[in-house]
Design a protein around this ligand. Structure first.
Ligand code: NAP
Length: 242
């Protein structure tokens, strides 16, 4: 059976992506940093769908941990055919109050992790007969910038450059794409005040936040889109068009 590694899949978008891969016939390595129990529940849901699943606790910003994640998955499933670099963190702070260590941490988790996991997965992806792919989860803020989260926006922009560079690096063997979600209902957006929510919704033509399954749908499309590489798929309810 083909298999996928989905980083940060204990919750939110990563969970929806892991379940979508299971629905589409893939075994899945469910990765988390601290939510062991939630990851175990996701793995149970995958098994209920008739696919195999493992859980691997690994801080993917650490290269050794990322390698352990990939190798554990390859051993369990006999290979790795697709990688989704979804793990990410956010922080709201104005630049004048932003500690350089916090800037580095955001870049470590949002960019270095994608490099770490992709690099570790390369030999397995190259050996795959399933039109292997890497999909990086960026953000609408890569395009628009963001006043109180410059480090987050910068990290997501870097992820788009990494995507295009890796698409060239690994062609024609492995396709590499990105999805750039707008506002989606997850723990990451749960801290909005009603006023902030109203302001954000006013900017979204479809009139609501996205659902995790809608981002998973875009990731599944990129996995299956055999003539698409180096591309960014914007999924944002029309908040940023073109
Ligand atoms: P979330 O609900 O906060 O979940 C984050 C996931 O990433 C969790 O599974 C978490 O694991 C994992 N994670 C965080 N740091 C990690 C690390 N160092 N190593 C391994 N796993 C780690 O976030 P989300 O909203 O689903 O966001 C998922 C991705 O989409 C992120 O890259 C985010 O930037 C991007 N995104 C989200 C939105 C949105 O509106 N929600 C919009 C655009 C882009 P634990 O459970 O163990 O902490």
């Amino acid at each position: 059976m083909p298999a996928a590694v989905v980083t940060g899949s204990s919750r939110g978008l990563g969970k929806a992506i892991a379940l979508r891969f299971a629905d589409d016939g893939y075994d899945v390595a469910v990765n988390y940093r601290s939510s062991e129990e939630a990851a175990a529940d996701v793995a149970d849901e995958i098994r209920e769908r008739g696919r195999d699943a493992i859980t691997v606790g690994a801080d993917v910003s650490d290269a050794e941990a990322a390698t352990r994640l990939v190798e554990t998955a390859a051993e369990a499933f006999g290979g790795v055919d697709h990688v989704v670099n979804n793990a990410g963190i956010d922080q709201h702070v104005y630049t004048e109050n932003l500690d350089p260590d916090d800037f580095d941490r955001i870049v470590d988790v949002n960019v270095n992790s994608a490099f770490n996991v992709t690099k570790a997965a390369l030999p397995y992806l190259r050996a795959s007969a399933d039109d292997p792919s890497v999909t990086n989860v960026s953000s609408i803020l890569a395009h628009t910038g963001a006043a109180i989260e410059c480090h987050y926006a910068a990290s997501k922009g870097a992820l788009l450059s990494l995507t295009r560079s890796h698409a060239r690096d690994f062609a024609p063997d492995i396709r590499v794409n990105a999805v750039a979600p707008g506002h989606v209902e997850t723990d990451m957006t749960a801290d909005r005040t009603p006023e902030e929510k109203e302001e954000e919704l006013a900017e979204i033509p479809v009139g609501r936040y996205g659902r995790p399954a809608e981002i998973a749908h875009a990731v599944a499309y990129l996995r299956d889109a055999t003539f698409v590489t180096g591309e960014t798929l914007n999924v944002n309810g029309g908040e940023r068009m073109g």
